[in-house]
Ligand binder design. Structure first.
Ligand code: ADP
Ligand code: MG
Length: 699
């Protein structure tokens, strides 16, 4: 019987990298540690830069400014020598291409001398540099010996350069990827063709081929924003948006068990609540919120606006809509202190409407708590202010329609589920004063809809911001003294609590002593996170009541404290703070009438960069602009708050530079979830990007 010759199966993207030529157990292990296990993983391993080796450049045309070049020449001389000072071994190989001669210089690679001989033809890719005695030389990055009239491997193409993986040579990596590229026809493209066409993005196979073996060398390729790169980033963004929008839709299968109407009676009670006219931006976001509340699907919306932009009043109007329709609303604050402050302010604001507002706080007596819980359960309490404990423990509402959540960082999927499990498909409005750019907000909170108040109420005098060197501190303290004489209050903020070896930043404790000594006539107190809660509270209360002149503090005052008479903010070692954080601190003043000032005190030893960064900050009062500056300087990953919030991390996509793509992915995901349903959308997300199975958008 004739034996059947079995052909090997063709290489498939899902195969182990072991099937690539030259990959044994050892190399497979090295690759695995770099996250490369399958042939497809190898395709997703993108070059981090490219070398343009398409054309051979005449030596005569090289200048010290030529970034890189490919030369072809005949070896006319070779010298070996040792540098006098550093005792480095040099091999200088002079090559001549008919236009000129140049020395190619290898450092500490004596074996080169055995591989190159006079008369050889070399292809050398590298960069020109000027030698200590002023000659133009050539610093080789890669080279090969070729037949006199032949073509080399290095010639005629754009060469991808991959991140070094455990000492595996570039050439081997290139070969392995080239082999993986033979499977492109079997890489399934799951993104609908029509969608790609609309966005002008290439098919997946074409994109993968173009990133590994590009034909065009331009800025966008170098930048990682070519059409091919964009396609890969889009897949990542799209899968991310699909997954979170689908999860959201799964939570919303049933329609809300209530209807909210807005009639003339309600309109007039809203008017009674408002002591002023809403700004255009406030009206716009209020309409977005009201539309959500009237729809049959639960609201899940982020209300973003700079400090003082008037978010609280907008949220209160939303609460009023719920209450006037016979339901209840709750406001959740991140801490007891903030809950207390919200409670006081809200009571003032709703005074005219006679809406029963209650507070549920950990510090109440058991009897008070019981009575409050009772009024929440019967529905007598219409607006409830408290911490997250409100939705987490035994509190039961008669009919909770709206939860307003202050500051998003601590409110995640779990809390939202807890709300939903109360069986009410509660509308959720999350308020944040962290004005992050929209692209970042979409990456951070992709499952929330976004409303932005981008306009301050009229008549606000912006906080004057100045930058001063620390040598002027005595003068600054005198100024504080003068202002306090005129009934103003001041904050002085320090970056750290106590002296430590790890940093030379000024601690608040020594600062407090110094300021108290310098301002004997003023009432000065200290506030930092390590003080007992009761002491913190009483200090803040005293400051709010005007019983203190100067509050020397760490950044604990960053969020929340709201004292209208405080009009001086001095920030020590301001160069050590991120710009967004400085902006939050600055927002603590400028809340009352009259001019407020923010003094950024810069350490005299801080560099020019720090100085100009602070000056640039001082020149703008727009929080979104500040956030963009911060983002540009530090990158998304480092921006204040984003890391803790567990921002989704992208491998190919750059949410700052490719924000348009994120927007496109979001709209496409919303449309697809509506069209095919959440289960199918989730499934698609997993096919497009296997890494997107986890939900990373909310902490
Ligand atoms: P945010 O919560 O966004 O920091 P607030 O809601 O606390 O801002 O508002 C800041 C201040 O501006 C409050 O004293 C508020 O009463 C006032 N305010 C809000 N909206 C307006 C408006 N449209 N016109 C005048 N004052 C307003
Ligand atoms: Mg507020």
């Amino acid at each position: 019987m004739a034996s059947v010759l079995r052909m090997p199966e063709p290489l498939d993207p899902s195969d182990s990298v072991r099937r690539i030529r030259g990959v044994g157990p050892q190399r497979a292990e090295i690759l695995r540690r770099a996250g490369i296990e399958t042939v497809r993983d190898l395709l997703d391993f993108l070059p981090f830069r490219y070398e343009d080796r398409r054309v051979v450049v005449p030596i005569v045309s090289l200048t010290p400014d030529t970034p890189t070049a490919l030369l072809k020449g005949c070896v006319v001389a070779m010298r070996k020598r040792v540098t006098k000072l550093q005792k480095m071994e040099l091999i200088e190989v002079a090559i001549d291409d008919g236009s000129a001669t140049i020395d190619v210089v290898w450092f500490n690679q004596p074996f080169i001398a055995d591989r190159i001989a006079k008369g050889d033809t070399l292809l050398v890719y590298g960069r020109p540099k000027v030698s200590p005695n002023g000659d133009l030389q050539f610093d080789p990055i890669d080279w090969e010996r070729i037949p006199p009239d032949g073509k080399g491997e290095l010639e005629g193409r754009i060469v991808p350069v991959y991140t070094a993986v455990g000492g595996i040579p570039q050439r081997w990596l290139r070969g392995a990827v080239a082999e993986a590229l033979t499977t492109l026809a079997r890489v399934a493209d799951h993104v609908p063709e029509l969608l790609l066409e609309g966005l002008g993005l290439p098919a997946l196979g074409d994109a993968l081929s173009a990133v590994h073996e590009p034909r065009e060398f331009d800025e966008r390729l170098v930048d990682g924003t070519s059409a091919a790169h964009s396609r890969l980033a889009f897949d990542e963004f799209f899968a991310f948006q699909l997954a979170i929008r689908a999860r959201r839709a799964i939570m919303e299968v049933a329609p809300k068990p209530r209807t909210i109407v807005i009639n003339d009676v309600i309109r007039s009670s809203v008017r009674r609540l408002l002591p002023f006219r809403l700004t255009g931006a406030q009206k716009r976001v209020l309409k977005e919120i009201a539309d959500d509340m009237r729809s049959s699907r639960p609201m899940y919306r982020l209300l973003q606006g700079d400090v003082g932009s008037g978010k609280t009043i907008v949220a209160l109007v939303a609460a009023l809509l719920a209450i006037e329709n016979g339901h209840q609303a709750a406001l959740l604050a991140p801490t007891e202190i903030l809950a207390e402050q919200h409670f006081r302010r809200i009571r003032q604001l709703v005074d005219a409407t006679r809406i029963p507002v209650v507070r549920l706080s950990g510090s109440m007596t058991p009897a008070e708590k019981r009575a409050t819980r009772e009024s929440i359960a019967t529905g007598d309490a219409k607006l409830v202010v408290g911490t997250h404990a409100l939705v987490e423990d035994s509190v039961s509402f008669r009919s909770l329609a709206l939860a307003i959540v202050d500051e998003q960082h601590r409110f995640g999927v779990e809390q939202r589920k807890a709300l939903f499990e109360k069986g009410e498909l509660v509308d959720v409005l999350v308020m944040t004063a962290t004005p992050i750019p929209r692209s970042l907000a979409l990456a951070l909170h992709g499952d929330l809809d976004l409303s932005v108040i981008d306009e301050l109420p009229p008549g606000r005098t912006p906080v004057r911001t100045v930058v001063r060197g620390s040598a002027t501190l005595p003068r600054i303290l005198e100024y504080i003294d003068e202002r306090c004489a005129g009934k103003a209050q001041a904050y002085v903020v320090y970056p750290v609590i106590e002296e430590s070896d790890r940093t030379d930043m000024k601690p608040v404790t020594t600062g407090f002593d110094a300021i108290r000594a310098a301002l004997p006539g003023r009432r000065v107190a200290m506030l930092h996170g390590r003080l007992p809660a009761a002491e913190k509270q009483s200090t803040m209360d005293a400051f709010a009541l005007g019983e203190l002149d100067v509050l020397v503090s760490t950044t604990v005052i960053e969020v929340g404290i709201d004292v209208a008479a405080a009009s001086v903010m001095v920030i020590m070692d301001a160069d050590r703070f991120g710009l967004s954080q400085l902006h939050q601190l600055r927002g603590r003043v400028g809340r009352g009438e009259g001019e407020s000032i923010c003094v950024l005190v810069r350490d005299e030893s801080s560099g020019e960069d720090a100085k100009s960064r602070l000056r640039e900050f001082a020149a703008t009062s727009d929080g979104f602009r500040v956030a963009e500056m911060d983002l540009a300087q530090r990158g998304a990953g480092d921006m204040a708050g984003t890391r803790q919030a567990g921002m989704a991390r992208f491998r190919f996509g750059d949410i700052v530079r490719q924000s348009g793509l994120m927007e496109a992915a979001r709209s496409a995901a919303i449309a697809l979830v509506a069209e095919r349903g959440p289960a199918s959308a989730l499934d698609l997300a997993a096919r497009i990007d296997r890494r997107q199975v986890r939900l990373e958008s909310v902490d």
